[in-house]
Each structure stands twice: as C-alpha cells, then as structure tokens.
Design a protein around this ligand. Structure first.
Ligand code: CP
Ligand code: NVA
Length: 301
C-alpha cells in the first residue's frame, strides 16, 4: 500500500510508487468506471483564477460520475474578489468541502492554500506546474507503449513553462529519458531543471537533437495564460521551435505527439501534426477525466 498524500500539488513530492499507483487506478477507472458512487456525499470546491475547459470540466464531471458534487467558487462573485485572504478562504472552504482544486498564477498561492486548508488541495495549474495534466500525458504514454515508463524517451520542444517543469519532475521520479529544446531565455525553472538534470534529463537548443529517437514529442503554447503581453516577442523567439512533420520524422517511427491543449495550430505545432495519425491529443484530453477521478478517489475516497 503506497502512502496517502495529503494533497496533489506537485509530482516531485510523490514517490514513484504512488504515481504509478494513481496511473494504474486511472487505467482501471477508464476500463471499468466505478458504479457504486464511492464519493457519495463528498464535495470538491474549485477555484479558478485563470480560464479552463478541460481541468474544470473533468473535475466537475469526474466528481459527479463518482457520486459526489463539485462547486465552482468564482473570484468575481466571492469574497476573494473583495480581498478575503487565501488562508481565510482555505480555512472556511475546508469546513464545507472534502477537497479543494485551485488554478491560480503564483505557485506560492496554492502552497499557502494547502497549508491553511484542513482538506486535500489539488493543483489545477499554476505558473510553475501542471501536475494533473502531466499525469494524463503519462497515462497516454503507457496506453501507447506499455506500463514501464522508464523505457521511454520524451522530447519537450518549446517553452520551459509549467508543463515542462512538471515533465521534469515526472522524469526525475519515474526515470524516463527527457530531452528538452528551449530557446535561450525560456528555460524551465532552474531548480527543477537542475534536479532533473542530476537524474539524466538533458537540455538542447536544437529541437532536432532533442527529438532524435524519441517515443513521445510534446510541446505547448508559446505564451501561457498571464503572458499575453509577451506574445509578439515570444513568436519571434520560438520561430525555430515549431513541431512539424519534418521534426517528427526525426523521432522513432512509432512516436506519438502530445499537447495539453488548447493548441495554436500553425504556431507551436502544425495542423498536420496536431490532427495527424501520430497525434494522441484528444486521447490525452480524455485521460484528464480518468486521472482526476483517480486522484480524487485516492485523496478522499
Ligand atoms: N490542458 C488544460 O489544462 O486545459 P484547460 O486550460 O482547458 O483546463
Ligand atoms: N502552459 C499553458 C497550459 C494551459 C493548459 C498555460 O499555462 O497557459
């Protein structure tokens, strides 16, 4: 039995065995969704300080399918919008809800939320990390290539953003090869990168080098939520980092393409790749549902 985590904030703070347990559970849920309403009477409060389609819908639908309930606490029409503190909000919501999912900007806010809450907190994305998404990505990789992730080689192309940081944490924990190609000035978090490099992750400037021999090629938008003002500069900086069919040709013939979505076709990846035969982006999006159900069941089931 793997130890039960008190929340799901970042992949680095979970042992490999626990992450694999969650991935196995997600696969079982996908194959045979529980019909016995295991989260009956349980509530998940959800706080989104940024837009979301997949994270919000998968968590809300996931709770409903497990017999529980999810409620959205919008900043604008809650007291958070009038300055009620993170800690007070966390303390109060803990009196009503069994778990809280938070999507926000600064990672420190989700950590502060978790410290003040007396129920588990799930990170639904911060500027630093997006752990639930990378779990869904790992589930997709296992579906394609089998359960042993340590045998795989993953290439990350583009921005050293929240997704790249979570991939680095995953590679460190699960022991697969991760080769990144990021433009100068757009590298991942230095501490997260250094820790993963110590376990074998490699950084390149040339996307073709990172992709050579990869099983999985993955990328993300060039400007994340909150970086809208940088869009023009970023387009110039990332010009050589688009995933196209030529770049994919350098990966293994069986290689798949992943993207957390939303995608800008023609920017970070061509439409031919996003909608092509190697793309698994919608399977990956579906897996968000199975993964969040596994995480919630593990935390409050
Ligand atoms: N991939 C992802 O987190 O999507 P949303 O922003 O739609 O939640
Ligand atoms: N890196 C992107 C991911 C969106 C799901 C962002 O933070 O906007």
């Amino acid at each position: 039995m793997t130890p039960r985590a008190s929340g799901f904030l970042d992949l680095a703070s979970h042992e490999a065995g626990h992450l694999v347990h969650l991935l196995d559970l997600a696969a079982r849920i996908k194959a045979a969704p529980p019909r016995d309403r295991p989260l009956e009477g349980r509530s998940l409060a959800m706080i989104f300080h940024k837009a979301s389609t997949r994270t919000r819908a998968s968590a809300e639908v996931g709770m409903t399918q497990l017999g529980g309930h999810a409620l959205m606490i919008a900043r604008a029409d809650s007291q958070m919008g009038r300055g009620e503190s993170v800690a007070d909000t966390a303390r109060v919501l803990s009196c009503y809800a069994d778990a809280i999912l938070v999507r926000t900007f600064a990672h420190d806010v989700v950590v502060e939320f978790a410290e003040a809450a007396s129920v588990p907190v799930v990170n639904g994305l911060t500027d630093l990390l997006h752990p639930c998404q990378v779990m869904a990505d790992l589930m997709t990789v296992r579906e394609e290539f089998g359960p042993v992730l340590a045998r795989r080689r993953v290439a990350w192309i583009g921005d050293g953003n929240n997704m790249a940081n979570s991939w680095l944490n995953a590679s460190r924990r699960l022991g697969f090869s991760l080769r990144l190609a990021c433009p100068e000035g757009y590298e991942p978090d230095p501490g997260i990168l250094a820790a993963a490099e110590a376990e074998g992750a490699e950084m390149f400037r040339n996307p073709a080098e990172a992709v050579a021999g990869a099983d999985v090629v993955t990328t993300d938008v060039w400007a994340s939520m909150g970086q809208e003002d940088e869009q023009r500069d970023r387009k110039a900086a990332f010009a050589g980092f688009r995933v196209d069919e030529e770049l994919m040709a350098g990966a293994r013939p069986e290689a798949i393409f992943l993207h957390c979505l939303p995608v800008h076709r023609g920017e970070e990846a061509t439409a031919a790749v996003v909608d092509g035969s190697r793309s698994r982006v919608f399977q990956e999006a579906e897996n968000r549902l199975h993964v969040v159900k596994a995480i919630l069941l593990d935390l409050i089931g």
